[in-house]
Design a protein around this ligand. Structure first.
Ligand SMILES: O=C(O)[C@@H](COP(=O)(O)O)OP(=O)(O)O
Length: 502
C-alpha cells in the first residue's frame, strides 16, 4: 500500500458529508438507513423554516399564521425524521440484546465459566501476554458531565412515576482527584485474572520469585497499576517493587505506544475523530430528546447530559454488573446505532484496512520473546507480560483476523476492559489431531496456543484456522504480514531505522 492510499486522498469521507450509505452498510448490513438521508432531510427542514420558502403575503397576520403552521408541521416532520435513523436496524440484532455487549472497549468481559487446562504431557516453556488496563475511574470531562447531569435531573425531573425515583436521588460519587486512575473494579479484575493465570500457568511454568520474568507497562497509571494488581494475583503477595517492571516513558515506548510513533496513524486519528463528531452529535441530540420526553422532563437535556447517561450506563455495567438504570433509559436500537457509528468510524478498523503494518513493533517484540525461548537461550523469560492501553491491543488483535460478530460488537468482544491475549509456547507437545487432518510427523516441535480474554482461540485464522500454530507457521505469518517493503519505516517514521531483519 502506497501513500496514495492515504485517507487524506478521499478514503475518509468529508465531515460535512457525514457517512455515505456504503460505509454504514459495511458494518450493519442492509439494516441501516443512510445518515445522508437524515442530513439531507435536516437541510430540507431548514429550508422549510426559511421565510424565503414561504408564499409571499402582504398580510402580516396571515404570514404569521402560515409561518406558525409551517413551523409546527416541520417540527412534526422533523420528529419523524429524528426517529428514522434507527428504524431500519436489522431487527434480528435486537433479539437477545444485551447492552453490556455493545459498549465498545468499555465493555466488561465475563469470567470464563470453565478453565481449559494445559495437557499434562505438554511442556510449557513460555507465556507472553499483552493486556489492556482495567476499568478506570471517569475522566475529568466525564465527571463534569455527570455533575451537570445531576443538576439537570434536579431541575427537570418532577415525575412521581416509580421507575424514575432512583434517578431523582442519584448522585455523582466520583472525585476529580481520582479521575482516569485505575478503579477499584479494574484493580480487582486484574487481581482475579492474575490469580486465575497462576492456577493455569504456575505449576506448568514452575514460576517462583527470582525467576526470569519480564513485566512491562506504559507509564499510564491505569496500566502500571493493572500490572501490579496482576502480579499481586499471580504471586499472591504485593509485588510493588518488582524489579523487572519496566515503566517505559509515555510517548517514547516503541513497543507499547507504537501508534504514537506512526504519523500516518496519528493523522488518520484526527481525521476520523472530526469526521465522526458531527454524525455522533446529531444522533446524541436525537437520543437526548427521546430520553427527556420519556422522563417527562421540563426541558430537553443537552448532548453532554446524554453522554453522562451513557457513561452512567458504562459504570453501572462495569461496577455493579447490571444494566437496569442508566442503560435502560436508552433504547436498544439507539445503543446499536451508536455502536454502528463508532465501529464504522473506528480508527483502529480504518488503520487495519489502510495501514495493516501498524502493530508491527508489538509483533516483532513478541517474536523476539518466543524465539529466545525456542532457541533455549539464556534470554528466555518464562513470562513476558506487557500492559498497555487500547491503542496497543486493538490494532494488534485486529491483525489476527479473528472472526467478527454478525450484529456489531466485534471490538467490544475483542478488547473489553482488562482485555488480554496470551501466547503459550510449548516444546514437544503433540497437538490433538484435528478431525480429518493427518498429523504431520515432521512438524516443528514448538507449538503455540492462544488465549483471548482467558479463552482458547479454537480456530486461529493466521494459522489456517487450527487450534494451534506451529512456530514455523507463526514466524511465517509475521514475516509475510509485516516485512514487505519496510512499510513501517516508510509510512510511520519516514526515516530509516536500524531494525534487525525479521
Ligand atoms: O484512555 C484511552 O482513551 C485509551 C487510549 O489511551 P492512549 O493509548 O491514547 O494513551 O486507553 P484505555 O481506554 O485502554 O485506558
Amino acid at each position: 500500500m502506497g501513500r496514495e492510499d492515504s485517507p487524506r486522498n478521499g478514503l475518509i469521507s468529508d465531515p460535512s458529508q457525514g457517512f455515505g450509505d456504503e460505509t454504514l452498510h459495511l458494518n450493519i448490513g442492509d439494516g441501516f438507513s443512510s445518515d445522508e438521508d437524515d442530513t439531507e432531510m435536516m437541510h430540507r427542514y431548514g429550508r422549510v423554516q426559511s421565510p424565503r420558502h414561504h408564499p409571499h403575503s402582504i398580510w402580516p397576520v396571515m404570514f404569521s399564521m402560515v409561518a406558525v403552521v409551517v413551523v409546527l408541521g416541520a417540527v412534526v416532520v422533523l420528529s419523524d425524521i429524528l426517529e428514522s435513523d434507527t428504524s431500519q436496524i436489522d431487527r434480528a440484532c435486537l433479539d437477545g440484546f444485551t447492552v453490556a455487549d455493545h459498549l465498545g472497549t468499555d465493555s466488561p468481559y465475563p469470567e470464563p465459566s470453565e478453565t481449559k487446562w494445559i495437557r499434562n504431557e505438554c511442556k510449557l516453556i513460555h507465556v507472553s501476554m499483552i493486556a489492556r488496563g482495567g476499568l478506570k475511574n471517569p475522566t475529568e470531562t466525564v465527571i463534569q458531565d455527570l455533575d451537570q447531569l445531576e443538576n439537570w435531573i434536579h431541575a427537570n425531573i418532577e415525575s412521581e412515576a416509580e421507575e424514575v425515583q432512583w434517578l431523582k436521588t442519584w448522585k455523582n460519587k466520583y472525585n476529580e482527584s481520582d479521575a482516569g486512575l485505575l478503579s477499584i473494579v479494574g484493580e480487582r479484575s486484574f487481581r482475579d485474572i492474575g490469580r486465575r493465570m497462576r492456577e493455569i500457568y504456575a505449576r506448568h511454568l514452575k514460576v517462583t520469585q527470582g525467576d526470569p520474568i519480564l513485566v512491562r507497562s506504559t507509564q499510564d497509571q491505569r496500566t502500571s497499576a493493572s500490572a501490579e494488581a496482576f502480579l499481586f494475583g499471580f504471586f499472591g503477595i504485593p509485588w510493588k517493587n518488582f524489579t523487572t517492571v519496566d515503566n517505559v516513558s509515555k510517548g517514547n515506548d516503541s513497543v507499547l505506544k507504537y501508534t504514537d510513533r506512526c504519523h500516518v496513524f496519528t493523522e488518520l486519528n484526527s481525521e476520523v475523530s472530526s469526521a465522526n463528531s458531527h454524525q455522533e452529535e446529531l444522533h446524541l441530540e436525537k437520543v437526548a430528546r427521546k430520553v427527556s420526553k420519556d422522563l417527562d422532563a421540563a426541558s430537553t437535556m443537552k448532548v453532554e447530559d446524554i453522554n453522562a447517561v451513557i457513561d452512567g450506563c458504562i459504570l453501572e455495567v462495569a461496577e455493579l454488573g447490571r444494566s437496569d438504570r442508566f442503560c435502560s433509559l436508552i433504547a436498544p436500537e439507539d445503543w446499536l446505532f451508536r455502536e454502528a457509528l463508532m465501529e464504522d468510524g473506528n480508527v483502529y478498523s480504518r488503520a487495519h484496512e489502510f495501514y495493516p503494518f501498524l502493530p508491527r513493533p508489538l509483533w516483532e517484540d513478541l517474536l523476539v520473546s518466543l524465539q529466545s525461548c525456542v532457541n533455549g537461550g539464556e534470554d528466555c523469560q518464562k513470562l513476558d507480560m506487557r500492559f498497555g492501553t487500547e491503542s496497543a491491543l486493538v490494532p494488534f488483535l485486529l491483525s489476527m483476523d479473528l472472526p467478527g460478530k454478525d450484529c456489531l460488537g466485534t471490538i467490544s468482544a475483542l478488547a473489553p476492559v482488562s482485555a488480554n491475549v496470551a501466547f503459550e509456547l510449548y516444546d514437544d507437545c503433540k497437538p490433538e489431531r484435528d478431525s480429518g487432518e493427518q498429523q504431520n510427523e515432521a512438524m516443528s516441535q514448538y507449538i503455540l496456543r492462544i488465549r483471548l480474554n482467558e479463552r482458547y482461540v479454537e480456530k486461529v485464522p493466521i494459522c489456517g484456522d487450527k487450534a494451534y500454530c506451529t512456530m514455523d507457521e507463526f514466524e511465517e505469518f509475521i514475516r509475510s504480514t509485516f516485512n514487505s517493503e519496510d512499510e513501517w519505516e516508510q509510512q510511520c517514521e519516514d526515516v530509516a531505522t536500524t531494525r534487525r531483519p525479521l
